[in-house]
Design a protein around this ligand. Structure first.
Ligand SMILES: [Zn+2]
Length: 375
């Protein structure tokens, strides 16, 4: 049995002091109030549940689309662990069928060998809206056919999330995906609020990077944003990097949806955890200036955000409490993924996945299944 002593610990509900965590076989055996234990590993900062990121395109200098291999998944997972992510969904941007199949094969290998920190795959596209494509390559945006359906329905990929535009995919197909246990998110969409509600009724559960690349809330057209804010059961990914979404818009979203329905996501490109400046993707050059990634003309092209920065921005820029930031970084996405019995809380029976944060909310250590994975 491994033992850890946390001076401050947020368990997913409340912040407690002087907690002794006992771990057996990668799971938390018990957490209890205790006096200082000199034979336990000491954590002087704040221990919070490990971060869960449902949208990660790359990291450590590699982009999943450019190299859809097991090695890429290892590199991405390791890069994001340095910033507190203990569970990620590597995300494939719109691409051709062969790349989708290669990405699925890589994911199947990762799941089979229980690669630390990888819980499944997110296909962001290719069934999106042309007018709201962002940097997704236009030539690969298409209808959902039997070949793509076969990839999405594979049962060896761990958790599967698909982002689609409801104006491009029928309600019947959404129902078929949901029945196959695929988590359907709406995004890169120019659809109406009523199209969004119809998709939610068919079983869609979330919205991908709320506000970005979707029809806005207007006086006579509520759009995807209006539907997302009004609906109380769906989850919304939010990119809190001080670039993608205005502070007031973030605060409004958190107020409307509550922290229980907001998921901090990075939408990270290969730059996270690397010194990379320039990235080639689908014939485009993506350049980094500070914390911003753009293609020629200034359009945003993913982010350089990591989960610890998203947590920090939520507290320091948006004014969220530590509890709410931790919920948005861990508990809400874990619940969205159906992992609420294993992840998102620190309690007996849960996976021993946690992050130790400094008083400025930087990562001092990341643990997965009771083992330190950050260097
Ligand atoms: Zn996107």
């Amino acid at each position: 049995m491994q033992r850890y002593f946390a001076e401050n610990l947020f368990d997913g509900k409340t912040i407690k002091t002087n907690q002794l965590i006992s771990v057996e076989d990668g799971k938390i055996h018990s957490i209890e109030s205790a006096k200082f234990q000199d034979d336990a590993i000491q954590f002087s900062g704040l221990v919070v549940p490990g971060f869960v990121d449902v949208q990660v395109n790359g990291g450590g200098g590699v982009l999943f689309n450019n190299q859809p291999t097991l090695h890429t998944l290892m590199t991405m997972s390791h890069a994001h662990q340095q910033f507190g992510s203990t569970s990620i969904l590597p995300t494939l941007i719109t691409d051709d069928l062969t790349t989708m199949q290669l990405a699925a094969n890589a994911m199947a290998s990762a799941i089979k060998q229980n690669l630390k920190g990888i819980v499944g795959i997110h296909f962001e596209g290719p069934h999106l809206s042309q007018p709201k494509k962002g940097i997704h390559p236009s030539q690969h945006i298409r209808q959902l056919g039997p070949e793509e359906m076969a990839v999405f329905k594979r049962t060896d990929l761990g958790l599967v999330c698909v982002t689609l535009a409801p104006e491009n995919v029928s309600v019947e197909i959404i129902k078929e995906l949901v029945q196959a246990k695929v988590k359907v998110c709406l995004g890169h969409s120019n659809g109406s609020a009523s199209q969004a509600f119809a998709a939610l009724k068919a079983g869609a559960q979330g919205f991908t990077h709320l506000f970005n690349a979707m029809s806005p809330l207007q006086s006579r057209q509520a759009g995807m944003v209006g539907a997302a804010l009004l609906d109380s059961t769906s989850y919304c990914g939010l990119i809190v990097d001080n670039e993608h979404v205005d502070t007031t818009s973030c605060q409004l979203a958190i107020k409307c949806k509550t922290p229980e329905r907001i998921m901090l996501v990075t939408d990270a490109m290969s730059h996270v955890g690397s010194e990379q400046i320039e990235l080639q993707f689908a014939g485009m050059t993506i350049n980094r200036q500070g914390n911003k990634l753009t293609i020629e003309g200034g359009r945003l092209a993913g982010s350089t955000l990591d989960m610890a920065s998203a947590f920090r921005n939520s507290v320091l820029t948006l004014g969220c409490s530590i509890q709410n930031a931790a919920k948005m970084a861990s508990t809400s996405p874990a619940t969205f993924l159906g992992l609420q019995q294993k992840k998102g809380h620190l309690a007996a029976g849960f996976d021993a996945d946690w992050v130790v944060l400094t008083d400025q909310y930087f990562v001092s250590a990341t643990y997965i299944a009771g083992e330190q994975v950050s260097s």
